[in-house]
Design a protein. Sequence first.
Length: 222
Amino acid sequence: MILKLAGNSKKVGICLHSEHKKSLEVCEFEDNDYFTILEAFLLQNQPHTCYLHVPTGVVGDKMKSLVKNCNIALVEVTKINLNGDRDGDLDRLLKKGDLKRHLAESKMEEAMKASTIIVSQCNLLADDENYKSMTISQYLIDSYMRLDNAVFAALNLLPRPGEGLRTPTSLVGFLNKCRTSVGSRRLIRWISQPLTDAAEIKARHDIVQLFSEDDIFRSTFF
């Protein structure tokens, strides 16, 4: 994650890396003095580690405190070359090997700088299995309702520290009847990231209804 300051403007660039899915998701946005958009992003995605490159000073310290308050491990990145062969590195990693196919992503200057941090800090180029196997896409941050720390706590959306994924004191624990860890992760994501598009919400409801009402279809998966 990276922060660019220009006057009163605070532009945040993010690259979200999933080792399991071998994916990179990028986004950037203008945030306010309280970093409310960033807070919602961190709470809703719950990354294991945040690699943070920010200017020194009050604003940078505020971002560091925010990451820590979201219970995310913080690694401060101070020395890194953001002007290296970024395109060449990504071409080596991407499945189709051509960043030019992703014009929208490549135009996000701060987000692409954040991708350089991820490639470096996660040593992606050191593992031959990553070559020609990864994907890059936009993280559509406006597709999800923004929930802050107060909402997560008041609604008991996620298990508290020390509670299991099936402990019924949280909404996730109450609803979690998933048989696989992949299913549990999907449930957590659905609850943490409420959709805002009516068509997508209806499509999700239709899928749930199909599993609920069609015994033969459901039996092919269980």
